[in-house]
Design a protein around this ligand. Structure first.
Ligand code: CTP
Length: 130
C-alpha cells in the first residue's frame, strides 16, 4: 500500500486543484492532503485566504480521490508530517520544482506539471475587477 501526501492552500478551489489532487491520488493507494492554515497564509503572504481553513478543508475532503485532510500549521514541519502520516510519496506542483528535494531522504518526491492558465491569484484578480 502506497501513501501519497501533498500540501497546498486550495483557496477559491478551481480545476487546477482538482487535476493536481486526481493525479496525486493516481500515484498511490491513499491520498493525504495538508491544507495550510489561515495563520500560515497570513504569515507567508500578508493576507488571509478568501475561504476559511475550515471551508478549504471541507472542500478538499469532499473530493472522492482524497482520503484524509489535516491542517498544515507550519511550513517547517513538512518532514514531521511526512513521517507522521507514513507517506511514501510527496507530490507538489512544478511551481515548487527542486524546492523539496531534501525530502528524497525520507520519501519519493514527485513534481507534477501545473494546469496552465488558472490560479487562485488570477481568479481573485478577475473577480475583483468585475
Ligand atoms: N496547482 C496546479 N495547477 C494550477 C494551480 C495549482 O497543479 N493551475 C497545484 C499547485 O502546484 C499546488 C496545488 O495545486 O500543488 C495547490 O496550489 P495553491 O497554491 O493552493 O493554488 P494556486 O492556484 O497556485 O494559488 P496561488 O495563485 O495563490 O499561488
Amino acid at each position: 500500500m502506497k501513501t501519497v501526501i501533498t500540501f497546498g492552500t486550495f483557496d477559491v478551489f478551481h480545476v487546477g486543484h482538482v487535476k493536481l489532487l486526481k493525479r496525486a491520488a493516481a500515484l498511490g493507494d491513499t491520498l493525504i492532503v495538508g491544507v495550510s492554515t489561515d495563520e500560515l497564509n497570513y504569515n507567508k503572504k500578508g493576507r488571509y485566504p478568501v475561504y476559511s481553513e475550515a471551508d478549504r478543508m471541507q472542500i478538499v475532503n469532499s473530493m472522492r480521490f482524497v482520503n484524509f485532510c489535516f491542517p498544515e500549521a507550519s511550513l517547517e514541519k513538512k518532514s514531521e508530517y511526512i513521517t507522521y502520516y507514513g507517506a511514501d510519496v510527496l507530490v507538489m506542483g512544478d511551481d515548487w520544482e527542486g524546492k523539496f528535494d531534501m525530502f528524497r531522504e525520507i520519501c519519493e518526491v514527485v513534481y507534477l506539471p501545473r494546469t496552465p492558465s488558472i490560479s487562485t491569484t488570477k481568479l481573485i484578480e478577475v473577480i475583483s475587477n468585475t
